[in-house]
Design a protein. Structure first.
Length: 83
């Protein structure tokens, strides 16, 4: 794992990590989302994500911004309540 990814994963805010990784299997601890759901939400622009990789490297480490996921969940809840 790149050093920058390691640094980002150690960053916390209000006791929660700022960045999370997707689970290899099962669901992610803080959100309950699967790997597929995290990638889908990021691909549609609902949540923030970043790929950390060295120049010339094909594969990297994908990190997801936890607060953006929690904000998106809250937005979905508000929209559901308004319907």
């Amino acid at each position: 794992m790149p050093e920058k990814a390691r640094e980002l994963l150690q960053d916390t805010s209000r006791g929660l990590p700022v960045w999370i990784r997707s689970p290899k299997q099962g669901t992610e601890f803080f959100t309950g989302f699967s790997r597929a759901k995290l990638y889908e939400a990021a691909g549609k622009g609902h949540i923030r994500s970043v790929s950390i990789r060295s120049p010339g490297q094909v594969k990297g480490t994908r990190l997801f911004h936890l607060q953006s996921i929690l904000d998106w969940i809250a937005k979905c809840e508000r929209e559901g309540a308004a319907s």
